[in-house]
Design a protein around this ligand. Structure first.
Ligand SMILES: C[S@@+](CC[C@H](N)C(=O)[O-])C[C@H]1O[C@@H](n2cnc3c(N)ncnc32)[C@H](O)[C@@H]1O
Ligand code: SF4
Length: 436
């Protein structure tokens, strides 16, 4: 599709670009050692990510790398995370983390002693959970007053909770066995806690959802005054429960989105990206500014976690189907040697440029043209026609000299703009991904 047609399309939901390249573009490689991968990288300003691939349920819409209620428990997995961290520490003693996230899956699926074990291990590894900005994910049923106490004790700044919908019939249509009373109880605990920031996720596009029913969920969510509210358009993905059932795309997602956006803007929330609305005038807590996701690296530990340097991204193998995920987790839980990497993708200069643009423009990013020129010695507007078209349409606006941001109009097109910046090579790799 030509750029002009692309930015006029009614099909706004082409893909959520939360990382580039997606793990579906990773492939098996010849062994590389951690030492080789990280030499010449700046180790001062790293992001730490730990992946907990467990949940109390498997939701029909979800393609994240996770399994529900593992019979064998999680002890071996958590011990393996410790071994992986020890390996990094041994090979790269100068590592220094400035930001962190505990994601999944559902990290609060862990029992209290397991959560303590995980967080103590992180602190010992040098992830200062009290000093730096960090976030943990949770689901309503797995959140308790005791687990909130643990999150407070370790000084974690933000907790992110999946609500999806406050309507029983909609969570059911989403294939999420969730009870509204449990949700209400969890959100009340969170709103009364000392955790400085919390966010609540909603999904729009469930079968049978109307503007009116979605607005009920949006208004109820606003009533708890979370720091952030995320609105996710429903994507139906291969091998998920809904995908396998052949449920069709909801055609009124744009209408639902625009109604909710306007309500949030009128209720004291600012839009920072297509999905994220942040309570106006809430400064970010503790040292959020030190880490720059475009320039700085990330170390992800656990099965399914991604890591990246400036030119190489890697992870364990990736899967969506239950059997495959389980086998990757089992292998991880028994692993002794973490020094060698076998799965990932190299980013040549073109891919680095594309990643810079995607991270700068989508998902709340800020595009600094001077930094682009400093890094690549070229002018992005001469290289990517899409950028000129975005500026012409006022989708991308200059908010300060050399600093561009998506406008509210542009954010509507975020899931079109992200995929439009993928290289042909990455599109081919994703298309040829062997679904499992
Ligand atoms: C890791 S989960 C959140 C934490 C927790 N596991 C839970 O479900 O409550 C990340 C969020 O991504 C969103 N999400 C996941 N898959 C999605 C899909 N296929 N379409 C739309 N949103 C999706 C959901 O809103 C979900 O809350
Ligand atoms: S949406 Fe959350 S709880 Fe449901 S399967 Fe995905 S990660 Fe697990």
């Amino acid at each position: 599709m030509q750029i002009k047609e692309l930015l006029e399309t009614e099909d706004l939901y082409q893909g959520y670009t939360y990382s580039y390249p997606h793990k579906m573009a990773y492939r098996s490689l010849e062994d590389k050692s951690l030492q080789e991968i990280w030499t010449k990288q700046n180790l001062d300003n790293l992001f730490y990510y730990v992946h907990i691939p467990y949940c109390e349920m498997r939701c029909g819409f979800c393609n994240l790398f996770t399994v529900a209620n593992p019979k064998e428990g999680v002890k071996l997995y958590l011990e393996s995370i410790r071994r992986e961290m020890e390996t990094y520490k041994k090979v790269l003693p100068k590592l220094s983390f400035k930001n962190f996230a505990i994601g999944g899956g559902t990290p609060t699926f862990l029992k209290e002693d397991e959560l303590n074990f995980l967080l103590e291990g992180m602190n010992a590894f040098g992830v200062d959970t009290k000093k730096y900005y960090g976030s943990i994910e949770a689901s309503p049923k797995t959140l308790s007053a005791e687990k909130i106490n643990i999150v407070e004790k370790f000084g974690i700044t933000r907790l992110s909770l999946g609500i999806q919908s406050w309507k029983e019939e909609e969570v059911k249509a989403l294939g999420r066995p969730q009870n509204i009373q449990d949700t209400e109880k969890a959100v009340n605990l969170l709103a009364q806690s000392k955790i400085p920031e919390f966010n609540l996720d909603l999904i729009y596009g469930a079968k049978g959802q109307t503007v009116e029913s979605f607005m009920y969920s949006v208004e109820k969510t606003i009533s708890f005054q979370p720091t952030e509210i995320f609105l996710y358009p429903l994507y139906l993905r291969q091998l998920t429960g809904l995908g396998k059932k052949g449920v069709e795309d909801n055609t009124n997602r744009k209408q639902l989105y625009l109604a909710a956006r306007d309500k949030l803007l009128a209720s004291g929330y600012e839009q920072t990206s297509m999905r994220c609305f942040r309570k106006a005038n809430t400064a970010f807590e503790t040292n959020n500014e030190e880490y720059d996701s475009i320039q700085d690296g990330m170390i992800g530990v656990g099965a399914g976690a991604r890591s990246y340097t400036s030119n190489f991204h890697y992870s364990t193998d990736y899967a969506v189907a239950k059997k495959e995920i389980k086998s990757i987790i089992d292998k991880y839980s028994q692993k002794e040697n973490f020094e060698h990497i076998k799965h990932g993708i190299f980013l040549n200069e073109e891919e680095q440029k594309r990643r810079f643009l995607i991270k700068s423009i989508t998902d709340g990013g800020i595009f600094n043209t001077a930094t682009y020129t400093k890094n690549f010695k070229t002018n992005a507007f001469e290289e990517f026609d899409l950028l000129n078209e975005l500026v012409e349409r006022k989708f991308l606006t200059e908010i300060n000299k050399n600093i561009f941001r998506l406008s509210l109009k542009g954010m509507v097109y975020e899931d079109v703009i992200g995929p439009a910046l993928y290289s042909e090579n990455v599109v081919n790799l994703i298309n040829r991904y062997d679904w499992k």
